[in-house]
Design a protein around this ligand. Structure first.
Ligand SMILES: Cc1cc2nc3c(=O)[nH]c(=O)nc-3n(C[C@H](O)[C@H](O)[C@H](O)COP(=O)(O)OP(=O)(O)OC[C@H]3O[C@@H](n4cnc5c(N)ncnc54)[C@H](O)[C@@H]3O)c2cc1C
Length: 417
């Protein structure tokens, strides 16, 4: 019989008295925290909670890493001089430290430093934002003219009116390797991982707990973390998040080495019309290119995963405008999902006034790099300690009425079928 007893480290003013009696049914174990979703975000939350000595049970509908959500595609960019907003710099710096810890724990190389080049008109958001973050956080960057870019990076062809900002610490992370390493590290610290077992609902259990249902069991817990990525609108339709279908492409290896990591940094190019193409060097699977946003609205379970010849041709035309040496159209492609907030910033907040259900939506197309830091700040919140990074920009209150409407006494929800 499985008896898991609440052992009380979930301390702090909002936590009530520990449950002292072991739960008496095999189908009703209890843990400190249940994590729903074990992609990059949920796996990281599970790891950081387990590192604090909490009893954590993580559940996923599928078997991560998998190709149905947001954490697949062989490579992800990490960069420090964050053009989106300087508020992300402390978060990414924390992530760099934790990725390094995870690499040591997992004996795996997860990050390859390649440098990063942001390209656009001098007044583009990519350029002004990168320079602002570098200035506010004292980061070393180099400013290049279009001619310098063309000379130093043989694969790129910016217009004369464009400039570049190069940052040395940027690089490439492995999403599948990262998720695997996070889950392995969480398991090693005692976290229980359940795959092919979705969370189906939850309800409050007075005075301080929750009952969480999955397709196989009911669990008594102190808190639930929802890290379900693009399935979030299915579980909590009141939240102001939408899902976007995007496509990532790979170009086959060619004879020359202009796409190799030593010659091509990770890059983003913002066109004068605001469209952003980004690329990651060929690490053995071919050059990866994609467009940031400009996708189509989608739902996680019914998204069209076919990429038509016409769609591929349109992307190839866009890419060849900025990238030299693309002799043939892309050889491979994969649909992926962004979960977007209206302002592009993450949601890291409680969903209920009693602070039992915590939402982690760290995507808007740029969340992977932060995963271990997201895990750390969420773990701090869940243990009622001060997060190492200010979470104000990620609270639901910033959405005004829409944010308040998403927070209630407690949600009694069932997964939409
Ligand atoms: C094409 C593409 C390129 C990107 N490039 C970058 C980049 O270069 N750099 C960067 O930093 N970020 C990038 N991102 C964003 C980043 O990959 C995502 O922010 C991140 O992977 C989101 O992870 P997640 O854990 O929130 O979601 P997911 O990985 O989708 O995980 C959610 C998990 O929840 C599970 N789940 C769903 N419902 C339930 C349920 N009811 N019960 C249990 N489990 C459930 C799912 O099976 C899934 O495993 C990119 C994203 C895409 C799509």
């Amino acid at each position: 019989m499985l008896l898991i007893r609440y052992h009380g480290p979930f301390a702090g003013p909002a936590a009530g008295p520990a449950v002292r009696r072991p739960v008496s049914s095999a189908s009703d174990p209890s843990v400190d925290v249940v994590v729903a979703g074990l992609g990059a975000a949920g796996a990281a939350v599970t790891w950081r909670l387990a590192a604090r000595g909490l009893r954590v049970a993580g559940f996923d509908t599928h078997e991560p890493p998998h190709t149905l959500g947001s954490s697949h595609g062989r490579s992800r960019i990490i960069r420090e001089a964050y053009f989106e907003h300087p508020q992300y710099v402390p978060l990414v710096q924390l992530a760099y430290r934790l990725w390094a810890d995870l690499e040591q724990t997992a004996h795996a190389r997860l990050l390859q430093t390649t440098g990063g080049l942001m390209i656009g008109k001098p007044d583009s958001s990519v350029i002004t934002g990168t320079l602002r973050s570098a200035r506010e956080h004292g980061l070393q960057v180099e400013q290049w003219t279009a001619a310098q870019i063309r000379r130093r990076v043989a694969a790129l062809a910016p217009d004369d009116s464009m400039v570049g900002v190069f940052e040395p610490r940027a690089g490439v992370l492995s999403p599948e390797g990262g998720v695997t390493a996070l889950l392995t590290a969480a398991r090693a610290l005692g976290a229980q991982i359940f795959v092919n077992e979705p969370v189906t609902g939850w309800q409050p259990e007075a005075p301080t707990g929750l009952l969480v249902g999955t397709t196989a069991r009911t669990i008594r817990t102190r808190a639930l973390v929802l890290a379900v990525g693009p399935w979030l609108p299915d579980l909590v339709p009141q939240l102001p998040v939408t899902v976007e279908r995007v496509v990532q492409y790979w170009y086959a290896r060619t004879g020359d080495d202009r796409f190799a990591p030593g010659r091509l940094p990770v890059f983003l190019i913002e066109s004068p019309d605001g469209r952003v193409v980004y690329g990651l060097p060929d690490q053995g699977d071919g050059l990866k290119l994609a467009e940031h946003h400009h996708g189509t609205p989608a739902q996680a379970d019914s998204v069209d995963r076919t990429v038509t010849p016409d769609e591929r041709t349109r992307f190839h035309q866009l890419a060849t405008r900025w990238v030299r040496g693309l002799d043939r159209p892309p050889a491979e492609w994969a649909v992926c999902l962004y979960t977007n907030t209206p302002d592009g910033d993450f949601v890291l907040d409680w969903l209920d006034e009693a602070q039992r259900v915590f939402v982690v939506s760290a995507c808007s197309g740029h969340g992977f790099k932060f995963a271990p830091a997201i895990g750390e700040v969420a773990a701090a919140e869940l243990t009622r300690t001060t997060p190492p990074v200010d979470l104000t920009p990620f609270r639901l209150a910033r959405f005004g009425a829409a944010g308040s409407a998403a927070v209630g006494p407690i949600w009694l929800l069932r997964r939409r079928r």
